[in-house]
Every structure is written in structure tokens, then in C-alpha cells.
Ligand binder design. Structure first.
Ligand code: URA
Length: 207
């Protein structure tokens, strides 16, 4: 009886979240205010994976709530996609001091949490935002400039679609042909088409 309960308890995002909140596997736990687990629709067809929390995320415990998050919302809103349709997580759950790039060992220690989230949400499409999440999930991928806008089959049934990180879009304001914003506009339209062509969220894993 107890065994059955343990198994079903382990199979929920709610069961994984406290492990992340209390995680002390790496030194980032000593400088964080809050671990940022991730949030969104647990049945989302599309999952977003960022790099690591920034300052606003560290304060609130929520992913992509700072300037990069506002830009992210804008990009998705341009094709009528809201956060309610998505699940959003990061490779690393605690803010690296000064927003430095997470170290390889920090990423390796944190990756099992993301793996659990992917397994539990079971999305059809994972959008990796920038180089860090793309290479965390597709270690042999080329740089983001080469791979963005391409669908990569991943572990049977899931596709990975790398896009520029929204912070990158904030740094380059141009909208001219070939600019990061222009290319992101092309990419987000592919995401819209993917969503239109795949099962809508029915609140069921069997959809
Ligand atoms: N940048 C990220 O990669 N993730 C966040 O949650 C916020 C900013």
C-alpha cells in the first residue's frame, strides 16, 4: 500500500518542487533567495526551457518575470500564444551570482530536475531559449545562430526547437531582415503552425 502511494506521489510536479526548493546540491543554493522551479500548464504541448533565473526571478521564485520575461511574453503574444498554454522551466533553478553563465557542474547537478519536469509534462515541443538550454538537451548541436528555427527530433515523439534567448533580443533592437528580431518573428510563426497542427490541450496525456 505504502509503495503504491509513494509511486503515485513521485509522479507529480508538486512532488518534485519541494526537492528543488530545498536543494543544496551546489553552491548556488547559498546565494539564492528562491529556487525557481518552473510553472505553467502541466499538460502543455509546448514547454520552454531557459538558462537560469535572473534577479527578478530569484526574488519572486517564478521564471521569466523580469525584462527578458516581458520580451518573451511579447514574442508569443504576437502569434496569440499566452503563458497559460505553456510550461516554463530553466536548466538551472538557482540564480548564478551576477547572472554569470552557469558552470558545467551546476548544470549537470540541476539537469535531473529538468529531466523530471520534461517527463512529467510530456510536451510535444520543447523550445530551448539560447545556447545553454539547447546544448544541455542537444549536446552535439551547433551554436544557436546555426540551429535556431529548426525542429530536432528528440527521444521519440518530442521535438526540440531552439530560438534566440529573449535577453539577446533586448540587446539588439534592429528589426531589419536577418536581425535577431526578424529571425525570431520567422521562428515564432513556425511555433504557431506547430501548435495549430498538433493536438490542442485537452487536459489529458492521451491527447
Ligand atoms: N533568463 C532565463 O534564462 N530564465 C529566466 O527565468 C529568466 C531569465
Amino acid at each position: 500500500m505504502e509503495r503504491t502511494l509513494q509511486v503515485s506521489y513521485a509522479l507529480t510536479l508538486d512532488a518534485v518542487q519541494p526537492r528543488v526548493s530545498g536543494c543544496t546540491k551546489c553552491l548556488l543554493s547559498e546565494t539564492r533567495t528562491n529556487a525557481v522551479f518552473g510553472e505553467g500548464d502541466q499538460y502543455a504541448r509546448v514547454m520552454l526551457v531557459g538558462e537560469a533565473p535572473g534577479e527578478a526571478e530569484d526574488h519572486t521564485g517564478r521564471p521569466f518575470v523580469g525584462p527578458a520575461g516581458q520580451k518573451l511574453d511579447e514574442v508569443f503574444a504576437a502569434v496569440g500564444i499566452t503563458r497559460a498554454e505553456l510550461y516554463i522551466a530553466n536548466v538551472v533553478k538557482c540564480r548564478p551570482p551576477g547572472n554569470r553563465v552557469p558552470s558545467r557542474s551546476e548544470m549537470e547537478m540541476c539537469l535531473p530536475y529538468l529531466e523530471a519536469q520534461i517527463a512529467l509534462v510530456n510536451p510535444g515541443l520543447i523550445i530551448t531559449l539560447g545556447n545553454i538550454p539547447t546544448q544541455a538537451l542537444l549536446p552535439s548541436a551547433e551554436g544557436i545562430t546555426q540551429v535556431r528555427g529548426t525542429f530536432f527530433p528528440w527521444r521519440g515523439g518530442i521535438e526540440i526547437f531552439p530560438m534566440f534567448h529573449p535577453s539577446y533580443l533586448l540587446r539588439y533592437q534592429s528589426r531589419s531582415k536577418g536581425s535577431p528580431k526578424y529571425l525570431t518573428w520567422l521562428d515564432i510563426q513556425k511555433v504557431r503552425t506547430w501548435l495549430d497542427e498538433h493536438a490542442t490541450n485537452t487536459g489529458s496525456k492521451d491527447a
